[in-house]
Design a protein around this ligand. Structure first.
Ligand code: B4P
Length: 196
């Protein structure tokens, strides 16, 4: 199974992807996590991505497409994968099609997590507060100022993907405002329908 989780920052893509990994036994390919790992490791990609991510902007398509292309070559992706936070631009969506097309594969579903902007900011602030209280590092982009920029980037560059996948009859919306377990249940329903 190959699916895309689409939605604004803080919509719960990562949260849901982790649960789907357990249920379906396929890996989560989170470009956010891969980029944060590159920053932490101080690689060339990490050095180029750090300032962009800290400012709440999108890292270049060239960098992100390259890390995903390399990742999906790994043996654990042979049975499928969950794309979490990728694609985020129309150019990245084209790249996905290319990567799958050359392997004669297709996507099973594109799931949009629909959440109000106000709830998104609340979640991000809560995550930052909880990390701080637990003595864990707080993500540099998890503050209201940078979050505003992340949301602007989302509407400008990522939201067009909704129309793109809708036109391809692949888009399925789920209510991302619901409690986490209910969102998972909605996604599982969508996936069982798309596979039957
Ligand atoms: P990401 O790491 O993808 O960050 P995100 O959009 O904030 O995450 P997500 O939607 O997964 O929210 P989460 O489950 O964590 O991206 C970070 C940065 O990396 C980007 O700004 C960009 O710079 C760069 N980047 C990544 N991919 C890129 C790409 N393809 N192209 C270019 N640049 C890229 O949930 C957030 C919080 O909400 C959590 O605390 C969670 O517990 C809570 N929550 C989740 N579901 C909930 C629910 N149903 N109810 C209540 N709370 C919920």
């Amino acid at each position: 199974m190959r699916l895309i989780l689409l939605g604004p920052p803080g919509a719960g893509k990562g949260t849901q992807a982790q649960r789907l990994v357990e249920k379906y036994g396929i890996p989560q390919l989170s470009t956010g996590d891969m980029l944060r790992a590159a920053v932490k490791a101080g690689t060339e990609v990490g050095k180029r991505a750090k300032a962009v991510m800290d400012a709440g902007e999108l890292v270049s398509d060239e960098i992100v497409n390259a890390i995903v292309a390399e990742r999906i070559e790994q043996p654990d992706c042979a049975r499928g994968f969950i794309l979490d936070g990728y694609p985020r631009t129309l150019q990245q969506a084209d790249a996905v099609e290319g990567m799958l097309g050359e392997r004669s594969l297709r996507l099973d579903a594109v799931i949009e997590l629909v959440v109000d902007d106000r709830a998104l900011v609340g979640r991000i602030v809560k995550r930052a507060q909880e990390a701080e209280a637990a003595g864990q590092p707080v993500r540099k982009d998890d503050n209201p100022g940078v979050f505003e920029e992340r949301l602007r980037e989302y509407y400008k560059k990522t939201a067009p993907l909704i129309g793109y996948y809708y036109a391809k009859r692949m888009l399925r919306g789920v209510d991302g405002m619901a409690p986490i377990d209910d969102v998972t249940a909605q996604i599982e329903t969508v996936l069982s329908e798309s596979r039957s």
